[in-house]
Design a protein around this ligand. Sequence first.
Ligand SMILES: [Zn+2]
Ligand SMILES: [Zn+2]
Length: 99
Amino acid sequence: MDSIKCGKCGAELGPVERRRAFISVFVQGDEEIRSWYFCDVCRVWMIEFYYDHFMGDSDITVAGPYPEEAWAAEVALAKTCPSPGDKWCKCPAHEKLSP
Ligand SMILES: [Zn+2]
Ligand SMILES: [Zn+2]
C-alpha cells in the first residue's frame, strides 16, 4: 500500500503497522478496508479507504485531515472488534461501522 502523509504537516504516518485502527467491511459486494492514521504533531486523523472490487482492481482513497474528536468514537469502536480484518465479523463494531 502507498504511504500516508499528514494532510496538514506532510509527515509520514505510515507504514501500515502504525495505523491506529482499521476495519474491513462489506459494501455492496466489495470489500472496503478503512484505516485510521493519526498525526501526533497536528492531532489530526487521515483515513485511508482501500476498496477491493469484486470485479478486479482495487483503489485507494485518502481523506482528511480531520480533527481528533471527529473520529475518536469510531476508532474506539473499531478497536473493540476481535477480528477487524474479517469482513464477515458480526461484532457490534462491525454492525455499527458497516454501511
Ligand atoms: Zn501533521
Ligand atoms: Zn468485528
